[in-house]
Design a protein around this ligand. Sequence first.
Ligand SMILES: C[S@@+](CC[C@H](N)C(=O)[O-])C[C@H]1O[C@@H](n2cnc3c(N)ncnc32)[C@H](O)[C@@H]1O
Length: 201
Amino acid sequence: MPTRWYRERKGEGFYRKAKREGYRARSAYKLLQINDRYEVIGKGDLVVDLGAAPGGWSQVARELGARVVAVDLDSMKPLEGVSFIKGDITEDGTVEKILQQAGAADAVISDLSPNLTGNYVMDQARSVWLAQSALRVAERLLVERGNFVCKVFMGEDYPDFLAQVEQRFTLVKAFSPQASRKRSSEIYLVAKNFAGATETQ
Ligand SMILES: C[S@@+](CC[C@H](N)C(=O)[O-])C[C@H]1O[C@@H](n2cnc3c(N)ncnc32)[C@H](O)[C@@H]1O
């Protein structure tokens, strides 16, 4: 069994690799690993990237040949081929701006994370709330058979959220990328083939 020190160093390995390879965040490797396995983003796609700053996922989506609309509470340095919207994804005004900018999307990807308080129950509930906001955006934007990727913290509210995603997509997998820190309780739901919104929420 690897020691905690070893596991954390392994996580830092992706941080150094990101610096060396010009990615703005180590999380870029999570999306690369997700896409290698599930092919959620393809050439020519329009991708909406939620919780995008500092821009690692948008960089990866661009490399995969997608056009990107990126959204975050924080500012983000410009990236070629990426339109940026500064706003809170839980607010209707921000969702309207995304709709105006993107129209329709082939994939909605969300790496949204709450500011951590250290109280896991609270952090987990806020993570699921952000994930539900991302799902609402996906429902309004995705083309039929579109794809959705969403970070969420495991815990009490997770099974209900998973059920909501399963009602809307024909293939749903929970994936833990190698680039996630080993002690992290985050997982990524990878949902393919949007089948349309349902009544239940
Ligand atoms: C883990 S970071 C994303 C890293 C990004 N995927 C990358 O590769 O560079 C999570 C982001 O979610 C954003 N965020 C958190 N709550 C938000 C909200 N309500 N609306 C928009 N962005 C939010 C944070 O500002 C933060 O930049």
